[in-house]
Design a protein around this ligand. Structure first.
Ligand SMILES: Nc1ncnc2c1ncn2[C@@H]1O[C@H](COP(=O)(O)OP(=O)(O)OP(=O)(O)O)[C@@H](O)[C@H]1O
Ligand SMILES: O=c1[nH]cc([C@@H]2O[C@H](CO)[C@@H](O)[C@H]2O)c(=O)[nH]1
Length: 297
């Protein structure tokens, strides 16, 4: 390891292929527009945002030994991330996410994270082979983990002695994969960062507000949760109580990425020793500034 990471980002690092059109779209639309390719995947998005907050992340993911993989690793390195912890596969292709956005918002998206899923526990090798830690001296620092891993691997991580000392911060990959975080609720492990919808999916119910959702997750066994709800109140839930704050009112120009910004800002403030009120306040402020379009992605 050439540099020491401040945090490990475990999960999906892939290429986002996004088609955008100024037209309103529906099923079967065939319209002119722009198609771009940029680094994505939840772990990558969190890592990019952590870099903005001054942290150095190391990536634990699977990337193919193909041209797309080489370019992706170069893009991560250029952003200051540690990549010698990435599992490079000879036979698995680099994963891709594809989305179509019209004037009326996201039309549809497909996340092809099959290589990450197929690689399984191989991506965790640096936690036991001495690159980051060994079974005798397990990793005890910060870890941001995303819900793109299989339920089997996430269940193993929630109970693994290799991460038992780590400060785990867990984010779902999409509402469709929210239930994959159940092992962390059941094992009472880590800090979960979820929005209101994802909290409801994890508790198999609908919540009216973040405070009820945080209380519901704690009741099911979660150790610590942060529940956001767009422009409405966000709540931190811990076993010793609930803390609710209202986000600043801003004019919204973009929303995708708000959750990652909230999470990264909260981790940075929390890890820097800020008291809970300050950490939540800083995260809400950073996310509000982000959605109002005042910061670069
Ligand atoms: N309309 C808004 N006004 C002010 N702040 C907002 C607004 N929407 C989002 N935010 C900020 O972003 C945080 C996260 O938003 P949200 O609950 O929508 O997360 P998310 O659904 O995970 O986001 P993403 O779109 O990235 O998936 C909120 O707690 C808030 O701080
Ligand atoms: O299942 C998934 N859906 C979406 C993402 C990522 O989230 C972003 C879109 O919300 C985008 O970067 C995509 O790669 C993912 O990693 N897995």
């Amino acid at each position: 390891m050439t540099r020491e990471p401040d945090i490990l980002c475990i999960g999906s690092v892939l290429w986002d292929v996004i088609g955008r059109s100024a037209s309103a779209m529906r099923q079967g639309s065939d319209v002119p527009g722009r198609i771009t390719r940029l680094p994505g995947g939840v772990a990558m998005n969190i890592a990019m945002t952590l870099v903005r907050f001054g942290l150095t992340p190391a990536l634990l993911t699977a990337v193919g030994r193909d041209g797309e993989g080489d370019e992706l690793i170069a893009a991560c390195t250029a952003r200051g991330m540690i990549t010698d912890t990435v599992y490079r596969s000879d036979d698995l292709p680099t994963d891709v996410y594809m989305a179509v956005e019209g004037a009326n918002g996201l039309i549809a998206a497909i996340a092809d994270a099959h290589s990450l899923e197929a690689a399984g526990a191989k991506i965790l090798a640096p936690l036991s082979d001495g690159r980051l830690a060994t079974p005798q001296a397990p990793f005890g620092g910060l870890v941001a983990l995303d819900g793109n891993l299989t339920l089997t691997l996430l269940s193993e991580i929630a109970r693994s002695p290799l991460l038992a000392q780590a400060d785990l911060r867990v984010a779902p990959a999409s509402p469709g994969k929210a239930e994959r975080l159940t092992p962390f609720v059941q094992a009472g492990r880590g800090t979960l960062y979820v929005n209101l919808e994802e909290a409801g999916l994890l508790c198999q119910t609908d919540f009216d507000n973040s405070r009820d959702a945080a209380a519901g997750l704690l009741k099911r066994g979660a150790a610590r949760v942060l529940v956001t709800d767009g422009g409405s109140d966000a709540t931190e839930g811990r076993r010793d109580g609930l803390l609710t704050q209202t986000p600043p009112q801003v004019l919204v120009t973009r929303v995708t990425g708000a959750g990652d910004t909230f999470m990264a800002a909260h981790i940075a403030a929390d890890a820097g020793g800020a008291p809970p009120e300050d950490a939540l306040n800083k995260a809400l402020l950073a996310a509000a500034t982000y959605v109002s379009g005042e910061t670069a992605l």
